[in-house]
Design a protein around this ligand. Structure first.
Ligand SMILES: [Zn+2]
Length: 300
């Protein structure tokens, strides 16, 4: 049996929020079998499940919310949890966003490794894609297809000399998330960052936590961590956004010029079409409806 996984013990860190620029405490805790990933706004005592139905905003980053509480920039931490195969965790955040750290998922991977990973007594459940589901908006496109394992292909195409017509495909059954994806930082264009900061956004954004591009080149003195780091960051984001389905996906994702909004629409379209997925154990054993309800994703 391939078992569900949680953290071995609680662990904390702090860092600044990308948008508010304020210091935020983050605490990761183990959680019981079949509970999934749950965030808590610890300063407001409000739990927010990491599920597509709780997504309240997808501009700039993915924000989840419930009642009057919200948490932004959940995608990099969710990506790390997904990439490390963590099924269940309880995450306290004492402010309106997850700390941005270095703009990648590597600090969260390190945090999870420091906490340790514990196998639980229940089989891991997955959401197997049974038929193609796609979302299109002009030249932006993303889709999920049936496939064995989990694969992500991303095609990036910006009007910038370094970001024209780039594609990366990762087969996570053969390639390691930690090595291939987790270190890829978020990126932005200098003129956009200046405009955001004038509007009171991205106040914590700096060369310490993002790749910054001017018209022709990369501004960061240290250069890139991967030759195609920006495309790999898009895959990092995709893992985080897809994890909002509530269970690990067995299938293939294909995306072109998409971001958080399209990813969210895709997950919602998938969950809303009950003929497009089935919950199974990793061994391929279909779960009976009664057992399915325990860990079933909540469709929007
Ligand atoms: Zn990102």
């Amino acid at each position: 049996m391939i078992a569900q996984r949680t953290l071995d013990h609680s662990i904390r860190c702090s860092g600044i929020g990308l948008h508010t620029g304020k210091k935020i405490q983050l605490v990761l805790h183990p959680a019981v079998e079949d509970s999934g990933i749950t965030f808590c706004r610890s300063d407001m005592k409000i739990d927010i499940p990491a599920r597509a139905s709780y997504v309240v905003d997808t501009r700039l980053c993915t924000t989840i919310g419930r009642e009057n509480a919200s948490i932004s920039t959940v995608e990099h931490l969710l990506s790390a949890l997904s990439g490390m195969g963590i099924d269940n965790a309880y995450i306290e955040v004492d402010g309106p966003e997850v700390p941005v750290m270095d703009g990648s998922a590597a600090p969260f991977v390190f945090l999870i490794q420091c906490a340790g990973i514990r196998e639980q007594s229940v089989a891991k459940k997955v959401l197997k894609v049974l038929k193609k589901v796609s979302v299109q908006d002009g030249d932006k496109y993303c889709a999920l297809y049936p496939a064995s394992g989990f694969k992500v292909s991303y095609h990036l195409d910006y009007d910038h000399p370094l970001l024209r017509d780039r594609e990366v495909s990762i087969d996570f059954s053969r390639q390691a998330y930690t090595r291939e994806i987790s270190r890829a930082r978020t990126f932005g264009f200098l003129h956009e960052i200046e405009a955001l900061q004038k509007a009171g956004l991205a106040l914590g954004g700096s060369l310490e936590n993002a790749i910054v591009l001017d018209q022709y080149r990369i501004v960061n003195e240290g250069g890139l961590r991967y030759e195609d780091e920006c495309v790999r960051h898009k895959i990092l984001d995709t893992l985080g956004d897809l994890s909002l389905a509530g269970l690990p996906i067995v299938g293939a994702f294909e995306g072109a010029k998409t971001g958080h909004e399209m990813n969210h629409r895709l997950v919602t379209a998938l969950l809303n079409d009950e003929s497009a997925w089935r919950i199974e154990t990793l061994a391929g054993e279909a779960l009976t409806p009664k057992r399915v309800t325990e860990g079933a994703p909540q469709a929007a």
